[in-house]
Design a protein around this ligand. Structure first.
Ligand code: HEC
Length: 128
């Protein structure tokens, strides 16, 4: 939570890779334990919240943006000057989860899992 508040824009990087099957699996377990599946579905297909598995990304898919969105929620992210770029079938605020996901480490593992079901477009993320 604090990291997402204090880090400069674009400064947050995922230390994990989707090639690490153990990290990806742990990420999914943390995602389920944090209750993300209540809105995004157990496999990320969506529900009350937008799907994580489709090609549309509301703010972008790089680690910096996803970390902030998950930790700070929609309101906190937008307060930092990030704006919606994509539109999903569900448009609404996501609540902050920075106090539910216990550590930065857990956060990055969740993001590694999200990337494993929805690989970031390499060219797009390289341009960030
Ligand atoms: C109460 C419902 C709810 C819960 C719980 C929830 N989310 Fe969300 N999530 C949303 C909504 C609504 C949005 C759309 C936000 C927006 O448009 O500003 C969203 C957006 C997202 C996005 C961006 C999706 C895209 O297509 O760009 C990601 C990634 C995400 N959530 C991950 C998570 C993770 C990880 C957790 C658990 C730590 C979580 N969410 C818990 C409702 C929820």
């Amino acid at each position: 939570m604090e990291t997402a508040k204090s880090a400069e824009k674009g400064a947050l990087k995922n230390p994990y890779s989707t090639d690490d099957a153990k990290v990806v699996e742990e990420g999914h377990e943390i995602y389920m334990a944090a209750g993300c599946n209540g809105c995004h579905g157990g496999t990320g297909g969506g529900g009350m919240g937008p799907p994580l598995s489709n090609p549309v990304w509301v703010y972008g898919n790089d680690g910096d943006i996803l970390f902030r969105l998950i930790a700070l929620g929609t309101t906190g992210l937008q307060e930092q000057g990030y704006t919606r770029k994509g539109s999903e079938n569900v448009v609404g605020p996501m609540p902050p989860h920075g106090n539910i996901v216990k550590s930065n480490d857990d956060m990055w593992k969740i993001i590694a899992w999200i990337w494993s079901i929805n690989p970031p477009d390499k060219s797009a993320s390289a341009a960030q």
